[in-house]
Structure formats: C-alpha cells, structure tokens
Unconditional design. Structure first.
Length: 487
C-alpha cells in the first residue's frame, strides 16, 4: 500500500512565483520551493514542511550545505521524513543550514548565507541580518511563510537560536525522543531533530507525530524509559492546563542574566514573568552554578565527536573526491585525503575538526575531553537539583518537592546580528562572537533536556526576542504547555 501510495505521489511541482521570489531573496530553501505530495489523510494532513538539508531525503539531494556532499542523493528517507509523509504532510523542499550544522549565524553554507526575513519589506531586504544558525533556513522558511513548519536539528541551540532571531517557535525535544536515523551526525551525544513553526500548536502536532521509538536509532530512548518519564511528568501536567497557572513553579536561573544581556531583552523577560505571575505561577530564583563552564565543555565535546564523525568524508569511502595534481607525491592515498578534505570542507568545519582531533589526542585528552565530560555531569546535576520532576534517566530518580516545574530565560543575548559583509575585516573575532551566541542554549543540550524558544516581544531595535522554557527530561508536553501561555 505504501509503495503504491508513494510511487505516483512522488512528483515535484513548482510553487507560485511570489514564493519563489521570496526564497531567492532570503535563500532559506536550497532549491526553488517544490512539493513532495503525500496522502491527504493523517495527523499532519494539510501541513507543508521544509526539512533541514542534513536530514536524508530520497527526493532531494542531502548536501549538509557542504561542497563535500554537493552531489549526494540518499537512497532512503530518514525516519522523520517517512513519518512526515505517512502522517499526511507535504514536503516543500530542503532548508539551508550551516555546514554539517556547525554555526550560529547560517553564514557557513555552500548555498550562501540565509537572510532573516524580518528585514523583508515589499519583497526587498531593507536590513540584512542573520536568520541564526545552524537551522537558519528552517526558521526563515517558517517566518517567511514558505511552509507551515520545518524540521531542524539542534546540537547546541541550532533550532532555538534561529527561532529567537526570526520570531518563530522552535522546540528541541528531549534527547533520544525523535529518531536520528538518516540524520547526518554532527555530535551524536547531543544531536536532536527539532521542530519550528509559527505557533506551539503546530509544533506539537509535528512533534507528536515524530516522537516514536525507532529501533534503527541506537540512541533512541527505549519505550520503558518513555513510559517512566510520562508517568513522572503526568503528575505535573495539569500545571499550565488551559492557561491557568496556579501551582506552577517557574525557576529563573540567575546565571542566564549576564551583564552583557541587552536591556530590552531583560525588560521583555520581566514583562512575561509578571504576566505569568498574574496568572497564578510562582516565580522562584534558582542557581545553576556550572552554567559558566557549559560553553567551553560544549565546544570541546561537540568538536571531538564531529572530528570522529566527519572522518568518513575522505574522497575514497564517501563524499566528493579531489585528485592531487599528477606526480604530486608518492603517498597517493594520503594526498587524496588532504586535497579532498581541504577543498571539500569549509573553514569552520576544518577548525572544529582540528580542535576536536586535538582534544582527543593523548596529550590533551585528560585536560580537555575528560574535563569537559566532568563538566557535563555537573551541569546535569545542577538541573536535577532544581526540578521537582525526577529525571527518568537516573537509576533511582528523586527530586526536591519544593523544586520548579520549568525554567525560563532569554533564548539569546541579543536580537539577530547583522550579516557580515563579504570582506569583513573582523572575520576572526566574529567566529568567537558566534560561539558566544550559544551561551544560553548549550546547557540544556548537554543535559539532553527539552527546551523551546517562543517569541517574547521586540528588542530596542524592533527585532524579535525569544524566551526559552526548559523542562526535565521527557517533559516535552509540559514545556509546550507553558510556551503556549507565553506566545
Ligand atoms: N552554534 C552551535 C555550534 O556551532 C550549535 C550548532 C547546532 O546546534 N547544530 O556548534
């Protein structure tokens, strides 16, 4: 039945011209919007989705926005893609992203940067700002109404940061809840497929259709753990029901309000907190003391895992191949590796692979990689200490009864930054600036927790601000309920 359904349905149509024009201005989709149609019945019927270009699709190339995969067409669909189609969704195309998901501004892409559609007026870009990264194409496609929802991936904030910059909703689910089978790995212990849409209701629809155990993903949370988490969270689920918040305790982590935070962002968060309190929620100041080490630990762990994952693109086993010039060297194989990888990978990916390889080398392993793993444990323990919902992943889950149900903090330290010019003299300093953008989002990634950014007003410059809700592992629904009250 499935085969019969897929066969004649797998036709690519052209969409109308104005959609094409918008896309050519903001560069959110890697090809002109087209559509892969699906059966019209199902929980996702009527929804048009874009899929980040590091998620395998049979109908479109999967390039990961890298030259090294520019001609790669997957022979299979990722589990999430099959679930979308089986659920009745229509897929409009692949979304631009930072190369292999590495970046915060969607400027490291073989397809070019994604321009934030918030700067679009009457079909023209009046202000060229970043759509955020790495799932910038997914967020921009949603914000520009090229689709109703989009799949992104979030390793350290790549769904939440673009959602915040583009003024849409972005959910990173609990780690292991949505299948990663067919999703190109960046850092396996952190990678999650996430959902972006204009509202929480649509995010929930897509999330619920995808949050299914998949035996092909070895890191998928087993059904037993899902049930345990559901049981532990269920008790608290009436909090946030129908917008009445009596009994809901919201933690405000002090470490998420650094002095660098723009004043207008603090003011927006304060306004939202006052609103939540007036609806009956109790606001509780909390401390997550290991937060200050999270960014460094994240970049060591994610780069180490990336250096191992990306070793397969060598011009021999996998990916494009660049032959060395004739007579270049006796050691031909090593030369193919070097030429292929130097030309196939962009600068940022090369930087991460060098950093990761160094962190895993005998001299640095103890001081960098193991130390980062220790920090990761401390960060998880910080979260477990503040939530009243026990962590279903712990062997004997317990939690303080006076703890909080969710945490709330700004999603980013600023509104969307300007896109760097072609010959920006500050290119190097902007690399560090880009890493700092993730300071609010990486702790939840290291702990594998569900986190959602929802639009929370406008900054002093009039650009969107995002507010993040973070919950205990497996409490994705509770996070969405609180997000729904804020939006
Ligand atoms: N910006 C972070 C990085 O560059 C996060 C990326 C992601 O979540 N895919 O690694």
């Amino acid at each position: 039945l499935l085969l019969a359904r897929r066969g004649p349905c797998s036709i690519l149509h052209r969409r109308h011209a104005s959609t094409r024009t918008v896309n050519s201005v903001i560069n959110a989709l890697t090809s002109e919007p087209s559509s892969l149609c699906a059966p019209s019945a199902g929980p996702l019927a009527g929804l048009r989705l874009a899929v980040k270009d590091n998620i395998c699709t049979k109908a479109w190339p999967t390039t990961c926005s890298s030259k090294i995969l520019e001609n790669f067409k997957s022979p299979f669909d990722a589990t999430v893609v099959s679930l979308l189609l089986d659920g009745g969704a229509e897929i409009v195309g692949k979304a631009n992203c930072d190369e292999f998901g590495m970046g915060s501004l969607n400027i490291h892409s073989s397809h070019g940067p994604v321009v934030n559609p918030f700067g679009l007026h009457n079909g023209e870009i009046v202000e060229r700002r970043s759509a955020g990264g790495s799932s910038g194409g997914s967020a921009a496609a949603v914000a520009a109404h090229l689709c109703d929802a989009a799949l992104g991936t979030d390793t350290g904030g790549s769904v939440r940061l673009p959602a915040s910059y583009c003024g849409v909703v972005g959910l990173k689910p609990s780690y292991g809840i949505i299948s990663r089978w067919g999703v190109v790995s960046f850092a396996d212990s952190l990678d999650c497929v996430g959902v972006l849409a204009q509202d929480v209701h649509t995010v929930r629809r897509v999330h619920n259709a995808l949050a299914i155990y998949d035996s092909r993903d070895p890191t998928a949370a087993p059904s037993r753990i899902r049930e345990k988490a559901a049981q532990l969270c269920r008790r608290h689920l009436e909090q946030g029901q129908d917008g009445a918040l009596n009994g809901l305790r919201i933690g405000i982590p002090q470490e998420y309000f650094p002095t660098e935070l723009q004043d207008s962002i603090v003011a927006s968060v304060q306004r939202i907190l006052a609103q939540l309190r007036s609806r009956g929620a109790t606001l509780v100041p909390v401390s997550l003391p290991s937060t200050r080490y999270a960014l460094s630990a994240y970049y060591v762990i994610s780069s180490a895992e990336a250096s191992s994952n990306l070793a397969r693109y060598d011009g021999i086993e996998c990916g494009m191949r660049v032959e060395p010039p004739p007579g270049a060297d006796l050691v031909k194989t090593a030369n193919v590796y070097a030429h292929t990888r130097s030309l196939g990978f962009g600068k940022e990916v090369q930087r991460r692979m060098l950093l990761g390889t160094y962190a895993l080398s005998a001299d640095a392993f103890e001081n960098y990689f193991l130390q980062a793993q220790r920090v990761r444990k401390l960060i998880k323990a910080d979260f477990d200490r503040v939530f009243c919902v026990p962590n279903a992943l712990n062997s004997s889950p317990s939690a303080p009864s006076e703890g909080v149900h969710v945490l709330l903090h700004p999603s980013a330290i600023q509104t969307a930054p300007k896109l760097p010019g072609q010959d920006d003299a500050n290119a190097e300093s902007s690399t560090l600036d880009a890493y700092v953008q993730d300071v609010m989002t990486v702790p939840a990634s290291l702990a594998g927790l569900p986190a959602m950014s929802v639009p929370g007003g406008q900054g002093a410059d009039g650009w969107p601000i995002g507010v993040s809700v973070v919950g205990q592992w497996g409490c994705d629904e509770l996070v969405m309920r609180v997000g729904e009250v804020i939006e």
